[in-house]
Ligand binder design. Structure first.
Ligand SMILES: Nc1ncnc2c1ncn2[C@@H]1O[C@H](COP(=O)(O)OP(=O)(O)OP(=O)(O)O)[C@@H](O)[C@H]1O
Ligand SMILES: [Mg+2]
Length: 262
């Protein structure tokens, strides 16, 4: 399964959710890859730690090779790196990706990511983390994937952006990728006791938006997990949020939810 985690709003939990779901998938025996399309490199750093800058070639080099006329382009597998966690791999971002995107767009390289991932046969799960913008990399991801998972922070301002996003996904489906579907909207940093988030969730549900049942609460442990470059399932296996990430993974995979996890 190849899924993109995207919302054009910054800081809603794209990288946190991509990496923690990927870590759970790997922990459960699925061979899993995280593709970090964000030049901020947050997912790469989360999974590889401070050594990330010294990790070998990443997506910057991969896309650079796409721009040069070369007969011996390296296969994408050569840009995939092991993480310290068994079964979990990363195709890391580099900062130079930021400066490549105009050229990549102008040279119509939008299908190259899909072709590259098609050639990687040995992964059960691929999570694509995206930058907070509908840019070349995000479009490439939406063309390459079959599902998009949308983190949402229950902010009234984000609501309009959510409609726009669902419309953009529909356009990409129509124009380039008939396999693409919205897998669901996952509410992150949900405050069950506050009135506004609950009202927003109820309204969006009534409008027919595909809100997932599992909600993720807020916890300082998430920041600690980023600091220690260790996903929640390994750093805090018994924490409430870890259970929520596991419930989310189960929900995405069609496992029936227990009432107390939602
Ligand atoms: N459930 C949560 N509880 C507490 N903090 C969280 C939670 N989810 C995310 N955060 C924090 O919010 C910040 C933004 O999260 P994250 O980097 O995952 O968002 P993002 O959507 O990937 O951001 P960007 O758009 O910049 O790529 C981080 O500092 C992260 O630690
Ligand atoms: Mg991010």
């Amino acid at each position: 399964m190849r899924r993109v985690v995207f919302n054009q709003k910054g800081g809603v939990g794209k990288s946190t959710i991509s990496c923690n779901l990927a870590a759970i998938a790997a922990h459960r025996g699925r061979r899993t890859l995280v593709v970090d399309l964000d030049p901020q490199m947050n997912s790469s750093r989360y999974l590889l730690g401070p050594e990330v800058e010294k990790t070998g070639p990443g997506l910057g080099e991969f896309f650079n090779e796409m721009l040069s006329f070369k007969f011996n382009r390296r296969p994408v597998g050569e840009f995939v790196h092991e993480t310290p966690l068994p079964g979990l791999y990363v195709l890391p971002a580099n900062r130079e990706m930021e400066f490549l995107q105009d050229k990549l767009g102008a040279k119509y390289k939008i299908f190259k990511l899909r072709d590259a991932l098609d050639s990687l046969m040995d992964f059960d799960e691929i999570f694509i983390d995206t930058p907070p913008a509908m840019n070349f990399y995000t479009r490439s991801a939406l063309i390459a994937a079959s599902a998009v998972l949308i983190p949402f922070d229950c902010d009234d301002f984000s609501r309009q952006a959510l409609y726009q996003l669902i419309q953009d996904v529909g356009e990409i489906r129509e124009d380039h990728n008939p396999h693409l579907r919205v897998e669901g909207v996952v509410v992150n940093q949900f405050q069950p006791r506050a009135r506004l988030p609950q009202r927003l969730v109820d309204e969006l549900t009534a409008e027919g938006l595909p809100l997932l049942k599992t909600r993720l609460s807020s916890s300082v442990r998430i920041r600690e997990s980023h600091d220690q470059a260790t996903p929640m399932i390994h750093l805090f296996p018994n924490h409430k949020i870890t259970a929520q990430f596991e419930a989310l993974w189960d929900e995405l995979n069609g496992v029936t939810l227990e009432a107390d996890t939602v």
